[in-house]
Design a protein around this ligand. Structure first.
Ligand code: NAG
Length: 115
């Protein structure tokens, strides 16, 4: 019985750790010669009882994107969820969407590399 409780305790710790992660989105095939094309901080403060959404569009006809980093600045798991809507690595443009959790804000740093 005691070991059962111990197991349950460990399980709860694991679940807690998984829930308290930052939600980075990284798609990277970067080479040494690639440069930082664009960097941007994307921030929304919370609004009670609402989810919030924000799109970032980056487009550069003279570049090929090789690496996209969308880095969650909140490490406690309360940040938003980023996704790539269109374009991306191998394209010359990308549309990144970030959606907040219910009644939460978010804070991301976006880095786009390429050549
Ligand atoms: C991204 O590129 C595609 C194809 O090159 C084009 O059809 C699309 O309109 C572009 N989107 C943006 C937001 O520039």
């Amino acid at each position: 019985m005691r070991s059962m409780q111990m197991l349950l305790f460990l399980l709860l710790i694991c679940v807690g750790l998984i829930a308290a992660q930052s939600n980075d989105l990284v798609d990277c095939k970067k080479h040494d010669s690639d440069v930082l094309l664009h960097t941007k901080k994307l921030e929304r403060s919370y609004q009670l009882l609402r989810t919030q959404e924000s799109n970032v569009v980056y487009s550069n006809p003279n570049a090929i994107i090789t690496c996209i980093e969308v880095l969650d600045q909140r490490t406690d798991g309360t940040g938003g969820h980023p996704s790539i809507q269109s374009g991306g690595v191998g394209h010359n443009n990308v549309t990144i969407n970030v959606r907040s959790q219910f009644s939460r804000g978010f804070e991301f740093v976006i880095n786009i590399y390429g050549h």
